[in-house]
Each structure stands twice: as C-alpha cells, then as structure tokens.
Write a protein that binds this ligand. Structure first.
Ligand code: RNT
Ligand code: ZN
Length: 417
C-alpha cells in the first residue's frame, strides 16, 4: 500500500470517532516551533572561547560540532530540510557574527551583528526569536541581573536593553514577531543569608531593561524561571513564583521549561492554570532525566500531555513553543530532527484525539469508558497519518531521513577536525 492509501484508510478509522484527519494536518502545518540554534554547537556561541557556564551543562563529545556561523547555518539548513513545515529559529545573543576582527561586548551588541542571521532567516522565510545571554562571560560569574556589584548589574541591564533592540530589528526585518526570553542563572550553592535582596535587585533590573521604548506588538518578552542549577542548588533568584508574579504584574509572558521544576511536578498541569489568567504563555520543551539534563525531546507521555493541554484548550495561537535541549553525545542534527519531529507528533496526537468526547466522559464521571477510549486511541493508525503529513510536506517519511543525516555526517561533520 502507498502512503496515500494508508492515509485514506486511517482517515476512515479516525472519522469513526469523529476526528477529521485532514483538518488536523492543516492545523499542524501552521504551528511553528522555535528551533534552538544552540543544539548545534553545545551552547558555546561565537563571542567567547571559554566553557559553557551558568549552571547548565552539555555532556558528550560526538564529532561534528559547528564551530563557526557558517557551519552552524549549514547544519540548521540540513536539519530544517528534514523537518515538516515552516518553523522559527531561536538565537542567543552569544551567536552574534563579527566581521573584520571587530568585537562588541554583550552590552554593546547591535542589530548589525545579527544581520547574517536575518539574511539566513529571509532565505528560509522564517522568523527569529531571541535570548539575551547572561552566562558564559567573565562578568556573569556568579551574578548578573541580581548582582550586588552595581557596575556588573548595570552591564547586564545594558545587555538586556541591547537585546530588546535586536529583537525588534528581527521582527521588523522579517515581518514576524520576535519572542525574547530572559533567563538568568543567578543563584546560590548553599543556604542564602538573604533571599529577598537578590530578587529585589533582579526585579529592579528587569524594570530598567523594560523601561526603554520597544514595540510590544513586535517583541514578546518572556521570563523563564528555574528551581536550581549546577552550583546553584540551594536558591535561584528567578524562582517560579518570582517569574510568574513579575510577568503577571508587568504585562510580559511567563515561560515554563519543563526541566525547571521538582521531578514530580509537570508543566502539562501548569498550562491550563496559566491559560485562565494569562493571554499568552511560552514553553521550552525539553526532557529532564532525573535533573534538568536537557535530553532530546521524545514522543513520550509528558510531551504528549503538554501538547494535549495546548490543543484541547484551543490555545495554539496563545502559546509560543520552543525547544531547549543540548546533547553532545549524539549526532547533533539528529538531536534537532528527532526533537522537532517529536514535538510535532505530540501535537498531531493531540489533534487526532476526540477531545470533546473525552471531556464529556470526564464530566459524566464515566471513568471506565474514559480510560478504555484513551487506551484504545494509542493503537489507532497514528503513524499512517504522520507519514502522510511528512510526504505532503516534502520531507522523508519514517526513518528515511536518517540516511540523509548519515551521508551528511560522512561528507561534512566528520571532516570537521
Ligand atoms: C537553562 C534554561 C535556558 C537555557 C538556554 C540556553 O536552564 O533552560 O533556557 O537552556 O537559554
Ligand atoms: Zn530553557
């Protein structure tokens, strides 16, 4: 049977439970996911030679890390050619491109340092998202926007402001809003003597960053919280409560990274609560294994639950979806492709569920049927719909894409010595 024939069969089976597969695919085609540039080079960036800092860590030494902007762009090109649909690219400020030996410190970054990325985005017809980089820098250890050293704190405030200008430049050049996410690693290894002071300074720093004029219809500022980092086990300045309250009071957007909570807490359960109070919401989808390990996103239960909360609450247009992981122990192109395709599969799985019917079963307290129907759904011909989607989007079906990565690995990645 051809992919089309399989799809036609699957379509009938799904129609039997009131699910329109054509409609689901049409919706999926228009859900952009922001692909993080930093999987390609182990989060090192181009503006420094030092290691990754900020209490985050990549592990592994798989060959082929992108070492230059050209290599990173080439790798992103490859990955995007294997992912169905049009997405966005998520950049960090540390990925500025300097020409003719010029360098600009983080507080002096300008749109021109990202001109090549804009050209790259234009070539792909995609939008860019942005992140100030408050780590991997001599002035970032140990504190940035919460620093008790006023000079250091001001340096990072200027960085945040510079990033707002760059974000607006992206939005204007590309005609697509730019999501700018603020995350700081600031925290303490051991029990703090003052928990309030650092947060008060962080709050003031954010106020100062956001005090410069910027177009709120073009730049969506987000704030990402975190429960702990390596070497910051006892306290983080940007805790969940801090970030939620700050975002709510100041009209910016909360960003939840599902690696940033206690291990039995799930972001899927937090999404509907925020949806009731916030217009928009941002996510970093990742996979934490025992800690915020940033493994590649799989088609696993929590990713599916996250997607369900987005889809069945009609929140597709209210959520900024981005991925955030960095695995250096496997082929980095594969990491991107698997993560992106899995996020899309999770969305498709949610789109192919009879959500209204399941809600009704819950409300009528018919928990037996609810369980059975959800379990039966798992064996519906989901793969046939997914494969058809891939072929319609002009990307390889099933694991066929892997052959292309292997060829690329041999011809390009392994040549990087
Ligand atoms: C760190 C945060 C943050 C970073 C990226 C590189 O724990 O998740 O989002 O991973 O900014
Ligand atoms: Zn994150």
């Amino acid at each position: 049977m051809t992919t089309e024939q399989r799809y036609e069969e699957a379509k009938k089976i799904y129609a039997g439970i009131g699910v329109d597969t054509d409609q689901a695919l049409e919706t999926l085609r228009h859900i952009p996911i922001s692909m993080h540039c930093w999987q390609g080079d182990d989060v090192l960036g181009f503006d420094q030679d030092g290691p990754l800092s900020g209490g985050i860590q990549t592990t592994g030494d798989y060959p082929g890390r992108a070492r230059t902007p050209e290599e990173l762009m080439q790798d992103i090109d490859k990955a995007m050619s294997l992912i169905p649909g049009k997405h966005k690219l998520n950049l960090h400020a540390s990925y500025g491109i300097f020409e003719d030996g010029e360098i600009a410190d983080r507080d002096a970054l300008e749109p021109k340092h990202f001109k090549k990325w804009v050209e790259f985005a234009k070539k792909h017809g995609i939008g860019l998202d942005f992140n100030p980089t408050f780590f991997s820098h001599p002035k970032a250890e140990p504190f940035t926007l919460s620093s008790p050293d006023e000079e250091i704190r001001q340096f990072w405030i200027r960085h945040g402001q510079a990033c707002l200008r760059i974000s607006q430049y992206f939005a204007e050049e590309l005609g697509k809003p730019c999501v700018m996410n603020i995350w700081i690693p600031d925290g303490y290894k051991d029990i703090p003597a003052d928990r309030l002071g650092p947060r008060a300074r962080f709050k003031d720093s954010l106020d100062q960053i956001l005090s410069i004029p910027y177009d709120k219809s073009k730049v969506y500022v987000c704030l990402e919280s975190k429960v702990f980092g390596i070497g910051k086990e006892s306290y983080t300045v940007g805790s969940s409560e801090f970030c939620l309250e700050y975002a709510a009071k100041n009209g910016i957007i909360s960003l939840m990274d599902n690696g940033h909570y206690h291990p039995t807490e799930v972001v899927s359960d937090k999404i509907p609560s925020l949806l009731l109070f916030q217009d928009k919401l941002a996510l970093h989808v990742t996979r934490s294994v025992r800690w915020d390990s940033d493994h590649v996103v799989l088609f696993d239960d929590e990713t599916k639950e996250i997607a369900k909360e987005i889809v069945r609450n009609d929140a597709i247009g209210r959520i900024f979806l981005a991925l955030d992981f960095f695995d250096a122990s496997i082929n980095r192109i594969v990491a991107w492709v698997v993560g992106m395709r899995n996020m899309q599969k999770a969305l498709l799985y949610a789109l192919l569920s009879p959500n209204q019917r399941l809600k009704e079963l819950q409300d009528s307290e018919d928990f037996t049927d609810l369980m059975v129907e959800q379990e039966e759904l798992k064996l519906y011909p989901f793969g046939d719909v997914w494969n058809y989607f891939c072929s319609r989007c002009g990307v390889p079906e099933r694991g066929e894409w892997m052959k292309e990565v292997r060829t690329y690995e041999k011809e390009v990645l392994l040549q990087r010595k």
